[in-house]
Design a protein around this ligand. Structure first.
Ligand code: HAM
Length: 448
């Protein structure tokens, strides 16, 4: 077979030996290694538990969708669509995109599966990877994971408040305390055009003072001028018009009620007139939750209302509100605060020294595991000393030595690794004995 038709194989023929190469993960993506796994799993299990409490059901949507979904949903003028999407043509000639975010795909699923006929709002959550071709830096990756929630089919600001509360509680439950909720309203298609005009006329007089990107944005997407990080542009922000001053009566009362609800829930927020977000589907409420301690990429969660998204996808007007938290950023923060966790240290490590002890080790380890206790075996024909060292490295409480002598007498030598004491335990009673030890606090365990 040749590499014809498989351009990614380049000069290599299938079947020919590949040169020895050391592969590294592609730029901007990372492995979540076992030492991070307990925190990583907790980020997900806490998300699931909190969604249960707030009445959000799990939905899994595909990792890739038709490219046009994001162009129409996220917005043709956004950085995401202009510069960051991983788009490819499949073998059938269809343009597909690895999802850069979840909302457009979930709205697609809502429409496709007739969820508008379900009781509204339909409240959904997801956990999974998203992909953006961004400039990698601490906290910014090309593949990252989101905990995403959406409530579709209801315009009541109470839903906005609940989505914000859900995310806030999620972060609190993970142990974050230095958080700040940034809140703004960017209006709707009725009140945004006059605001955008006011922004344009403010900035057009200052055009030459803007950074080159913002000179371009002034035509394409003037709202994005507000969250430019360049020093020159930041200096001009102070006097820039604020969207909250242009809200129509409906947007103004929505925002007012949301603020009252957050105050009643005692959730402190900061009004941030510069918060505009990078996705075009937002209407009315936009918010971010910022965390201290992870540098420039401090937005651990972002979201808002998107009452125009369903229509942009060709469906009837359907309100929605949602948010997503970035799991890598949370992992970074938690790892700053916590010691890297290890998987549970085994209660017992079985060391089979004689051939027939090997199946017995496996059987006894299985019995302990079935009883819910962590147990491991050592492997290979290494010396007792080397195997005891392995057991110690695993952090085991007990090494269970099974040699010829032990098998002949129907017992095991149990060595308490912390104290270098040992005792003989009849094989028939070993599992019960270990279970009893596990029930006693570690410091009080007896080797007898
Ligand atoms: P977003 O602000 O683009 O919103 O992303 C949400 C969160 O994902 C960010 O606050 C950040 O924590 C994380 N994140 C985004 N990009 C990266 C990256 N390159 N590397 C690491 N983490 C990242 C959305 O995606 C909206 N779909 C949220 C939403 C749901 N709005 C309504 N419903």
């Amino acid at each position: 077979m040749s590499s014809k038709g498989l351009p990614f194989l380049g000069e290599f023929e299938l079947g020919a030996a590949f040169p020895m190469a050391t592969f590294r993960a592609p730029r901007g993506v990372q492995d979540i290694l076992p030492q991070s796994a307990p925190v990583w799993v907790r980020l997900q299990s806490t998300a699931r538990a909190i969604c249960e409490r707030y009445g959000f059901a799990f939905i899994e949507t595909p990792t890739f969708e038709e490219a046009a979904l994001f162009v129409r949903g996220v917005g043709a003028e956004t950085d995401i669509v202009q510069k960051e999407m991983y788009t490819f043509e499949d073998r059938g000639g269809v343009q597909l995109t690895l999802r850069p975010e979840f909302t457009a795909g979930i709205m697609r699923a809502y429409i496709e599966h007739g969820m508008h006929t379900w009781p509204q709002p339909v409240k959904l959550y997801s956990l999974g990877p998203a992909f953006r071709y961004e400039r990698p830096q601490a906290g910014r990756f090309r593949q990252f994971h989101q905990f995403n929630v959406e409530a579709i089919g209801e315009q009541d600001p109470l839903v906005d408040a609940e989505v914000i509360l859900l995310m806030w509680r999620y972060l609190q439950e993970l142990g974050f305390d230095r958080l700040s909720l940034q809140l703004n309203s960017i209006g709707c298609p009725a009140c945004r055009p006059p605001y955008v005009e006011a922004l344009k006329s403010y900035y057009s007089g200052l055009r030459t003072s803007l950074c080159p990107d913002c000179q371009e944005r002034l035509h394409r997407n003037p709202l994005r001028l507000l969250d430019c990080k360049a020093a020159a542009c930041r200096a001009l922000l102070q006097e820039a018009p604020r969207s909250v001053d242009f809200l129509c009566p409906s947007c103004a009362s929505h925002f007012q009620e949301l603020r009252l609800l957050l105050e009643a829930a005692e959730l402190p927020y900061e009004l941030n007139p510069r918060l505009v977000r990078g996705l075009d589907y937002y209407t009315k409420t936009v918010f971010e939750i910022w965390a201290e301690g992870i540098g420039a990429q401090n937005a651990v969660c972002g979201g808002g209302r998107y009452d125009g998204l369903a229509e942009a996808l060709g469906f009837r007007p359907t309100p929605g509100v949602g948010a997503a938290a970035g799991l890598e950023r949370l992992l970074m923060l938690l790892q700053c605060h916590e010691q890297a966790e290890r998987p549970s240290a085994p209660l017992a490590v079985f060391i089979p020294l004689a051939g027939p002890a090997r199946p017995l080790s496996l059987k006894l380890a299985e019995e302990l595991r079935l009883a819910g206790l962590p147990a491991q075996c050592t492997y290979g024909n290494r010396s007792l000393k080397a195997q005891l060292k392995s057991a110690d490295r695993l952090g085991a409480q007990y090494a269970i030595i099974l040699g010829e002598d032990e098998l002949a007498h129907g017992r095991a030598t149990v060595r308490c690794l912390g104290r270098s004491e040992q005792v003989q335990v009849p094989l028939a009673q070993l599992v019960d004995w270990l279970q009893e030890q596990a029930a006693v606090p570690a410091g009080e365990r007896a080797v007898q």
